[in-house]
Every structure is written in structure tokens, then in C-alpha cells.
Design a protein around this ligand. Structure first.
Ligand code: NAD
Length: 519
């Protein structure tokens, strides 16, 4: 069904767009932070006003149910804009550096946070609104410009995002949209004026993007694929766990980077858990995404169905048991795939190794939590993970052992929903972060400004002498092993040199610095 039409951007039109974005950036970076918030506030209002139409567009173009689009695509941008307007503005203000280094006790140092310039935002189809929208909000607040390239599978949502930015009153050309696929993405990455790229997509394309971006030394943030594990301990609340895992495995028909694809269950709870999860999955209602009583819509394209089928067939050939689902629902349409549960999964199955990115969850029994952690970590991916247990002590002992960017206990993907959380992966799942404090600081270049007005030459300037050697030697000893005793020894040693030292330092400030260094 045709939902709409857009024109592909000719690759030769991209360089002029980037140059216009750069001009917009040069003016925008001069706009004070408190004024950059104004269009962001209007953008937030626009999203709220148009939330129903935006959710409908996403449902029709991408296929997730309308209600799900409201929850997973519209909540986060509204929350992120609030985070940026309050915390973001605070975090981007110049900040005093509280150095304890006694050498620099007579001066003031400050961090300033500078934008990079024009960014390429290359986005996937699975969350076509929330991902680029939240990235663009943070980029513009921090003074950058951006050219967005949505996936060719969801161009209308991409165009809608840029339309909203323009209507909110951001400077024209500050946020622009390029429509197309790999050739357009490559043209953006080739341009030397693009100083940063946020790429969200698959691992292989992410690698190509990073290689290409390296040629012009662009800052690169990669948000890549996942193979997220859930660890179910034997004391877990069975119903709560099954309900939570069913949702986190099947939300957006499993086409979520952080969807649960592997479940490791402690042996005593294995069979009861399988029964509970089977019950949950069997209740999922499939149908047209605009229906209000549907939990799951179609997959994005035939290649997605084929991959899910390939993983199911491979699992069956290796001894897996399909407890629920397993088929394409041709009666609903060629893209509707049943939520599928494979029990007795083994480590060699494709569905336990490769990203499935569809409505398939594989479950394996393990002897202990430690074995579960070992298996969870035995993957090239490391996006998120979850632990399901009533035992807080155990959860907090296991969480730091998991090699991934965020861990939820008795829930999943919480880090994306909470605008204060940080988003990103370990290992092949990504480089750098988006969202929250750490994500915001990825988009700016910290600059350290140090001021001194005493007019005294630094101790280490020319000419070198025996005396300089002596003093630096003593100070070196003190800095490496600061203690009260060492402080006393250093002061005793420095006392005869006081006249010489005052030529370089203000003595009160220097002694204050030495005392602060002891803390
Ligand atoms: P993809 O890698 O096929 O494409 C992503 C984007 O890159 C698209 O816009 C595409 O047109 C563009 N592209 C393709 N080739 C390019 C090239 N050579 N140069 C520049 N751009 C190019 O991914 P997809 O199928 O759209 O999305 C699914 C993948 O994204 C999954 O692996 C999923 O796990 C991952 N993903 C990760 C996150 C995250 O936050 N970590 C979020 C969503 C999706």
C-alpha cells in the first residue's frame, strides 16, 4: 500500500545543502543557550499537539501499532526535550575547573563547551521518529547543525521531523533532510565540512561509516545492533518476568536493537517459565497497526521475515522446540510473523548468535547465575541486558559483570525511556553514547581556558638551572606521594628558596595549593 511519496535527493545536491547548514551553524553557535531553548520549547509543544497524527504516520509507514508508537516514539522526545531545557542548559554552561594542582593555584581555569559544526545523522527504519528526533534536539541545543538521512524505508517520518524543526522556528537550513540510501549517506560522509556523524544502524554498515568518516577525521558515534540477553534467576516473580520478557522481546515486532533475543533461565524455574512465557506470547494480538486492539503489526519488509524463518529453521534442525508461533500469518499478509518461542536453545544456533531483529525469543536452561552471565557475555554484541530476580544483592552483584551499556533489573530497555539515562553499547554494539549527560557531552568539544594575571614567569620557563632542578625534584616527590609528612618536608625544603619562588608564584596561593593537594 502506498502511504506517500518523496523524491530521492540527488547526491550532487548534498554538498550545497551541507554548505548551507554550515552557514546556519556559524550564526546559530553565537545564539546564547537560553535563546536556543525557545525553538526547542516550541518544538516540544508542536510534537504534543500533533502526537496523534505523528503516531498514525509512524504506524502506517513503519508498521508498529499506533498505541505503541505513542508510547515508544513520542514519549521519549517529549521527555528528552524537557531534560535538555533544564539539565542540558545547565550542563553546557561554562564550568569552573576545580584543580588541586599547586602549580596552578594562582590562576582560574574554566571549561567551555563548543559545538562541532554540521553533523550527519544517519537513521534506521525501526524507530524512525524518536531516534533521530532526540539526537537532533540535543545537537541543536548544543549549537550544532545537522543533515538527517532517514532510512529509505521510512522517509516520510524523516521529512516530518525536519518539517517540525522548521515550524518550531529553528533557523532555516539548520536541520535539513536528505532522502535516499547508501549513495546519499556516503556523499554526506565524504564532505569535509561535516564534522560529526551519529549513525544508528547495523554493525556492518556502522563499520563502513566509521571507516569513511575517519578519512576526514569526523567525530563518530555509532549506535549499532544488539543480541540482548535476559537472565532469569530461580527466585524471580514468574508472572511479572514472563509478562516483561514477552513485551521486551516482541515490542515493535521484535525489530528493536535492544529487544530480548536470548533468555537464560536458572534450571529450577525453566519449565514454569517456559509455560508462563508461552501463555503470554499466545495472547499477543496481531493485525493492522491502526487498530486500537492490536499488540503487534507487520514486519517492515520480506527480508525481515526471511531472517526470522531462517533462525527458526536452524534452531529446529539443532534440537530447538517451537513452543508457540513459528509461522508467517499469510492470512493477515506476507509481512505478519507470529511471535515465536524456541525452547532448549543451544549456543550454536544462529538465533543465539546473530541479531534476529524479529519476533523470535530463544530460551536456554542454565545451572547458575554465573553461567548465565558467562553466556550473556559470550557475544560480540553488548547493547543492554536485564536481570529478573527478587534478590537485590544478587542483582547488584551480577549487573556490573555484564558487558553492555545498560542493565535493567526486573524490566528491560529502561535506559532509553529515562532521559537521564545514557544510551549506547559495549563491543560491536557501538561507539560513544547518546542521551543523558554523557550523550550530550559527546556532541561538544570541551575547551579548557586558563587565566593568570600575576605577570610572573612560570617556574619551568627558561633559563634552566640547578635550582630549578632541585625545586622541581622536591615538588615532584610531593605530588607523587602527598602526605602531611611529605608536605612538612617539602615546605622545609622550599623555605630557603622563598625569595626565588615568589618570583614565580604568589606564596600564599602556592601554600594554599599545597594544603589543598593533601585532601
Ligand atoms: P542499516 O545499517 O541497514 O541502515 C541504517 C542507515 O544507514 C539507513 O539510513 C541506511 O540508508 C544508511 N546506509 C546504508 N548504507 C550506508 C552507507 N554505505 N553509508 C552511509 N549510510 C548508509 O540499518 P537498518 O536496517 O536501517 O536498521 C536496523 C539496525 O539498526 C539493526 O541492526 C538495529 O539493531 C540497529 N539499531 C540500533 C539502535 C541503537 O540504538 N543501538 C537503534 C535502532 C536500530
Amino acid at each position: 500500500m502506498v502511504v506517500g511519496e518523496v523524491s530521492t535527493t540527488p547526491p550532487e545536491a548534498i554538498a550545497p545543502m551541507i554548505e548551507r547548514a554550515h552557514r546556519a551553524y556559524l550564526a546559530w553557535r553565537e545564539v546564547p543557550l537560553h535563546r536556543r531553548v525557545e525553538p526547542l520549547r516550541r518544538l516540544k509543544r508542536l510534537i504534543l499537539q500533533e502526537r496523534h497524527a505523528i503516531a498514525e504516520l509512524i504506524a502506517r509507514e513503519q508498521g508498529k501499532p499506533y498505541i505503541e508508537a505513542m508510547i515508544v516514539e513520542l514519549f521519549p522526545p517529549l521527555d528528552v526535550s524537557a531534560f535538555l531545557m533544564h539539565e542540558g542548559v545547565r550542563l553546557l554552561q561554562p564550568r569552573r575547573v576545580r584543580s588541586k594542582n599547586p602549580f596552578f593555584s594562582d590562576r582560574r581555569s574554566t571549561y567551555y563547551f563548543h559545538p562541532y559544526g554540521v553533523w550527519a545523522v544517519i537513521a534506521p527504519w525501526n524507530y524512525p521518529f524518536t531516534i533521530p528526533m532526540t539526537q537532533l534536539m540535543a545537537l541543536t541545543l548544543s549549537g550544532n547543525a545537522a543533515v538527517l538521512k532517514p532510512s529509505p524505508l521510512t522517509p516520510l517520518t524523516g521529512a516530518k521531523i525536519v518539517e517540525l524543526f522548521q515550524r518550531a522556528g529553528f533557523p532555516e537550513e539548520l536541520v535539513q533532510v536528505v532522502q535516499g540510501g547508501a549513495p546519499q549517506g556516503a556523499a554526506m560522509l565524504d564532505h569535509p565540512t561535516v564534522r560529526g556523524v551519529i549513525f544508528t544502524g547495523s554493525v556492518p554498515v556502522g563499520r563502513t561509516v566509521a571507516e569513511q568518516a575517519a578519512r576526514t577525521h569526523k567525530k563518530v558515534i555509532l549506535e549499532l545492533g544488539g543480541k540482548d540477553p535476559a537472565i532469569v534467576l530461580s527466585d524471580a516473580d514468574l508472572q511479572h518476568t514472563a509478562q516483561g520478557i514477552a513485551w521486551a522481546a516482541m515490542v515493535n515486532a521484535g525489530q528493536t536493537c535492544a529487544s530480548i533475543e536470548r533468555v537464560y533461565v536458572e534450571q529450577p524455574l525453566y519449565e514454569p517459565f517456559l509455560n508462563a512465557l508461552r501463555e503470554q506470547l499466545a495472547q499477543i494480538r496481531m493485525g493492522h497497526p491502526m487498530s486500537r486492539t492490536v499488540d503487534m503489526g507487520p514486519l517492515i519488509a520480506p527480508f525481515q521475515c526471511e531472517r526470522v524463518q531462517r533462525h527458526i529453521q536452524d534452531a529446529c534442525a539443532k534440537g530447538g522446540r517451537v513452543l508457540v508461533g513459528g509461522r508467517v500469518r499469510a492470512d493477515l499478509g506476507e509481512l505478519y510473523h507470529e511471535p515465536t518461542l524456541v525452547a532448549d536453545a543451544t549456543d550454536d544456533m544462529l538465533g543465539m548468535q546473530e541479531e534476529t531483529f524479529g519476533p523470535l525469543v530463544m530460551v536456554q536452561s542454565v545451572e547458575s547465575a554465573e553461567e548465565a552471565v558467562r553466556k550473556a557475555n559470550a557475544s560480540a554484541f553488548g547493547l543492554t541486558a536485564s536481570i529478573w530476580t527478587r534478590d537485590r544483592r544478587k542483582a547488584l552483584q551480577l549487573a556490573p559483570q555484564l558487558e553492555c551499556g545498560s542493565v535493567s533489573v526486573n524490566s528491560h530497555i529502561v535506559a532509553y525511556g529515562d532521559s537521564y539515562g545514557v544510551w549506547g553499547g559495549f563491543k560491536d554494539s557501538g561507539v560513544g553514547r547518546t542521551h543523558g549527560e554523557f550523550g550530550l557531552y559527546e556532541l561538544v568539544q570541551p575547551q579548557y581556558v586558563s587565566e593568570v594575571y600575576t605577570g610572573k614567569p612560570e617556574l619551568w620557563w627558561y633559563p634552566y638551572s640547578e635550582r630549578v632542578h632541585r625545586i622541581t625534584d622536591w615538588l615532584m616527590e610531593f605530588l607523587a606521594t602527598p602526605s602531611l609528612r611529605m608536605g612538612g618536608t617539602t615546605l622545609r625544603r622550599l623555605l630557603p628558596e622563598l625569595r626565588y619562588l615568589t618570583r614565580h608564584f604568589t606564596p600564599t596561593k602556592m601554600s594554599g595549593g599545597l594544603i589543598r593537594y593533601l585532601r
